[in-house]
Write a protein that binds this ligand. Structure first.
Ligand SMILES: [Fe+2]
Ligand SMILES: [Fe+2]
Length: 360
């Protein structure tokens, strides 16, 4: 049986604590377990134990005015231990400073004045519970997506083993560059989070062509060049499964399209290319320019930066290139912080993530 979420009640006055517990049990016994503590210190110890055991600590309701640790301090500490826990402060008098502290430091969900009206408290709990369940679902979903993405990245790394590209650092930088561009473009936080995650899968389709390429990128036959372009098709196919965010498939499918319509495979033009793919295309090419390959030396950061600026309106969305220009420092620090291992000698390899100036 799955343990119920817990509401922890904290008050130094025994009578109040008992009546709070009794009211909550009467009303919510089916949905929650109710725990109590008679001081901030005891509550903190108990909360740590519960969280350590994996208990879902849905809510902490605390009196403000207690000897020792104050309610607002307790709730602030609870919030830093467990950001998803909803905190409610009970104040016996109008203690505005405490409420202000609790709101600012403890991300207070509600404050109720003592004596509380049970309707109000009940309403607060039901509302918090809905909110909590929603957050819980989102977190679970994120964890699932994260681990799915990680396994795909492992698969890609395995497929790329023969290549001279350091897959891990490449996708890490592409993810950071893409997120920086998306943020500066004014996309909301969740969108930025999604592109940071899914940009890591832009080349996942390479697992579909890896075994068909016999030569290193510097010796690709014409057929192999055409074949490796198909990685965008395979990537799209892999990521088009039900339940996978459409953004992931768009990035895989369109990250080699060019603003002027001369990219592959669809030859889409301008804003017909989804924004996420336009962003990742820029990040990907910039990173390729600065990365050593067995068949060419990398450009310096400055040279790559200037080179990319010349591709505005041809390879890339001019608006994004302007944003890129404004992010020079940020790109420089990402470039410096995620290092690439020196390339190995070219073996059998398919992995030529060509600069936008070439079409191979
Ligand atoms: Fe690619
Ligand atoms: Fe790439």
């Amino acid at each position: 049986m799955v343990a119920k979420p817990v509401i922890l009640c904290v008050d130094d006055e025994k009578i109040i604590l008992e009546s709070l517990k009794a009211e909550l049990r009467r009303e919510f016994a089916a949905d929650f377990d109710v725990e109590t503590a008679s001081s901030g210190e005891a509550a903190l110890t108990l909360a740590k134990e519960l969280l350590y055991d994996g208990t879902n600590l849905m809510m902490v309701i605390s009196d403000q005015n207690m000897p020792g640790m104050k309610g607002s301090d307790l709730l602030a500490q609870i919030k830093s231990l467990s950001p998803d826990t909803h905190t409610v402060l009970l104040t016996g008098y109008t203690d505005l400073d405490a409420v202000r502290d609790a709101v600012n430091l403890a991300g207070l969900f509600r404050y109720l004045s003592k004596p509380w009206k049970f309707d109000e408290l009940g309403f607060t709990i039901r509302q918090a519970s809905r909110d909590h369940a929603h957050q819980h679902r989102i977190r679970e979903q994120k964890t699932r997506i994260r681990s799915l993405t990680d396994s795909m990245i492992y698969a890609l790394e395995a497929a790329n083993q023969q290549s001279d590209e350091d897959t891990y650092s490449h996708i890490h930088r592409v993810s950071l560059y893409s997120a920086a561009l998306a943020k500066a473009h004014g996309q909301e936080d969740l969108w930025v989070e999604r592109i940071a995650l899914y940009s890591q899968l832009h080349d996942i389709g390479k697992v579909g062509v890896a075994c068909q390429l016999l030569h290193g990128p510097e010796y690709f036959t014409d057929r192999e060049i055409e074949l490796q372009k198909q990685h965008v098709y395979y990537g799209h196919l892999i990521l088009s499964a039900d339940g996978i965010d459409e953004m992931a498939a768009n990035i895989a499918r369109y990250h080699h399209e060019r603003w002027d319509g001369t990219g592959y495979l669809q030859a889409l033009k301008g804003e017909a290319i989804p924004l996420e793919a336009r962003i990742v295309a820029l990040a990907d090419v910039f990173d390729a320019l600065t990365t050593p390959r067995s068949y060419r030396k990398p450009l310096s950061f400055s040279a790559a930066f200037d080179e990319l600026l010349t591709l505005s309106g041809t390879a890339f969305d001019p608006k994004l290139v302007e944003i890129f220009r404004s992010l020079r420092r940020e790109f420089e620090s990402i470039h410096g912080s995620v290092r690439t291992d020196a390339p190995q000698l070219a073996g059998s390899s398919f992995n030529r993530d060509q600069p936008a100036t070439s079409k191979g």
